[in-house]
Design a binder for this molecule. Structure first.
Ligand code: ATP
Length: 409
C-alpha cells in the first residue's frame, strides 16, 4: 500500500500536467501529450522503474528488497511522519479458530477469507441438479473474514465483511476471452449505476496471486482516492484441481459436444458489498445551496437503488386528506417501499425525503378530493407535476424498475 500510494502520487502529478496543458491548448491531443511531453515521460519512467522493482521483489518473495524500495523512495509513515521502518514481514491473513470440544492441533480451522470455495466445492452439485452446460456461472453473497493489519476508512476495509462473488466455469483455453468479456461486462454494470463514468478505472495486478493467470481490479474514486471496488481474476483450474486432489473426489465436467471430461477453468468476479454501498452513499451524498440561498442535503441515488421509493404526504392533517393519502399509500405499498408523513410543513417534509434519497414525493391536496389528481415532486430537479392516479402508477413503474439499469448492459 505504501509503495502503491507513492506511485499514485506520481500519477497525480502526471494528471496535473495533462490538466494544465488541456487548458492551455484549444485542440489538445492527450495521447500525443502523454507520449511526448518531457516531464510526463520522466514521471512515467519513475513509475515504471518502481513497479519493476516492486514486481521483481514480490515475485522472488524478497521482503528485504521491498523494504529497500520503501527506504530508497524515502516514503514516510502517513501516521507518524517518521522513516524509521521495521523490516517488512509476512502477516497472518486468516483468522484461526477451533472446531470441536477438544482443543488440539487437528481441530484448527480458519474463517473463510473469500466466499469462493463454497462454490467450488458445490460445483458439480449445482451443474448436475441445474443441468447446466459450460459456460455457466454460480454467484452468491456471504460473509468473509480477513485479519487486516489496519481496518479503516469507515466500511472500506473491515475484518468481517460481505462479498458478492461469481465463479464462471469455462472450457480450458477459452479463459482469456471470458476474462475480457467479464471485465467489460462488469465495468458496464458499474457505469450503469449512475455514479459517474469517470469515477472508474481498471488496474492490472503487478503480481498475480498463486491461483491466477490474469487479474485486474475495477477501481472507484472514493472520497479518499481511487481504490479497489471489485476484483476480476482468471483462476485457471487451480481451485477445482486442488479440491479434487485433496478430497479424492472427481470435480470434472463431461462435455457432450467434445465427448470428454475435463476440469473447467474459472473466471471470477468478486465485489465487496460494503464497498459498493460506500461508493454509492459517498457519491450520492450532496449538500446544495438553492437559488433562494437556503441549503438542502440530498442523496442523489439512482431511483432504482433508492431504499425508500416514494413518500405520500397529505398537505394538511385534516379535511379528509390523510384518508385519501392512506388509500394511495395502500395501493403503492405492495410494489414499493413508501413512507407516510403528515408532520410539519410540506417543505420540511420534502427535505427529510431528499436527505434519505426518496426519488418521488406524492402530495395530496384539496384538488385531489375533486379530481383525484396528485402532485408528483422530483427529488433531483425539485420540479412538480400534476397527475391522475393511473398516470402516477405508470410513471413510478417506468422510473423505479431495475430494468432501467440492467437494459443498459
Ligand atoms: P485490497 O487490495 O483493497 O485489500 P483485495 O485485493 O484483497 O483488496 P480481493 O481479494 O480481490 O480484494 O477481494 C474482492 C473484493 O472484496 C474487493 O474488491 C473488495 O471489494 C472486497 N474486500 C476485500 N477485503 C475487504 C475488507 N477488508 N473489507 C471490505 N471489503 C473487502
Amino acid at each position: 500500500m505504501l509503495i502503491e500510494d507513492h506511485v499514485a502520487k506520481i500519477e497525480a502529478k502526471i494528471s496535473k500536467e495533462v490538466e494544465k496543458a488541456a487548458k492551455r491548448f484549444a485542440d489538445f491531443d492527450e495521447k500525443m501529450f502523454r507520449s511526448t511531453n518531457a516531464r510526463v515521460l520522466e514521471y512515467q519512467q519513475k513509475i515504471d522503474d518502481i513497479n519493476n522493482r516492486f514486481k521483481q521483489a514480490l515475485e522472488a518473495g524478497d521482503l528485504a528488497a521491498v523494504k529497500q524500495l520503501i527506504l530508497d523512495l524515502e516514503i514516510v509513515c502517513p501516521v507518524s511522519g517518521t522513516r524509521n521502518w521495521t523490516d517488512v514481514r509476512q502477516f497472518n491473513l486468516m483468522f484461526a479458530t477451533q472446531l470441536g470440544s477438544v482443543t488440539d492441533e487437528s481441530s484448527t480451522i480458519y474463517l473463510r477469507p473469500e466466499t469462493a470455495q463454497g462454490i467450488f466445492v458445490n460445483f458439480l452439485n449445482v451443474q448436475k441438479s441445474g443441468r447446466m452446460k459450460i459456460p455457466f456461472g454460480i454467484a452468491q453473497t456471504g460473509k468473509a473474514f480477513r485479519n487486516e493489519i489496519v481496518a479503516r476508512q469507515f466500511i472500506f476495509r473491515m475484518r468481517e465483511f460481505e462479498q458478492m462473488e461469481m465463479q464462471y466455469f469455462v472450457k480450458p483455453g477459452t479463459e482469456m476471452e471470458w476474462y475480457e468479456f467479464w471485465k467489460e461486462k462488469r465495468m458496464k454494470w458499474h457505469r450503469s449505476l449512475g455514479l459517474g463514468e469517470s469515477n472508474y478505472r481498471f488496474h492490472d495486478h503487478l503480481k498475480l496471486a498463486h491461483y491466477a493467470n490474469a487479474a485486474c481490479d475495477i477501481e472507484f474514486q472514493f472520497p479518499f482516492g481511487f481504490k479497489e471496488l471489485e476484483g476480476i481474476h482468471s483462476r485457471t483450474d487451480f481451485d477445482l484441481s486442488n479440491h479434487e486432489k485433496y478430497s479424492g473426489r472427481k470435480l470434472q465436467y463431461f462435455d457432450t459436444e467434445e465427448n470428454r471430461s475435463y476440469v473447467p477453468y474459472v473466471v471470477e468476479t468478486s465485489i465487496g458489498l460494503d464497498r459498493l454501498f460506500l461508493a454509492i452513499l459517498s457519491t450520492a451524498y450532496n449538500e446544495e445551496t438553492l437559488e433562494d440561498g437556503s441549503t438542502r442535503t440530498v442523496l442523489r441515488i439512482h431511483p432504482a437503488l433508492a431504499p425508500v421509493k416514494c413518500a405520500v404526504l397529505p398537505l394538511v392533517k385534516k379535511d379528509g386528506l390523510p384518508e385519501v393519502a392512506r388509500k394511495i399509500m395502500d395501493e403503492l405499498m405492495p410494489d414499493y417501499l413508501c413512507q407516510y408523513d403528515e408532520k410539519d410543513a410540506i417543505g420540511k417534509r420534502y427535505r427529510r425525503q431528499d436527505a434519505i434519497g426518496t426519488p418521488f414525493c406524492i402530495t395530496i391536496d384539496h384538488q385531489t378530493l375533486q379530481d383525484e389528481t396528485v402532485t408528483l415532486r422530483y427529488r433531483d430537479s425539485m420540479q412538480q407535476e400534476r397527475l391522475s392516479s393511473t398516470q402516477l402508477k405508470e410513471k413510478l413503474s417506468s422510473q423505479l424498475s431495475l430494468s432501467h439499469l440492467l437494459t443498459k448492459l
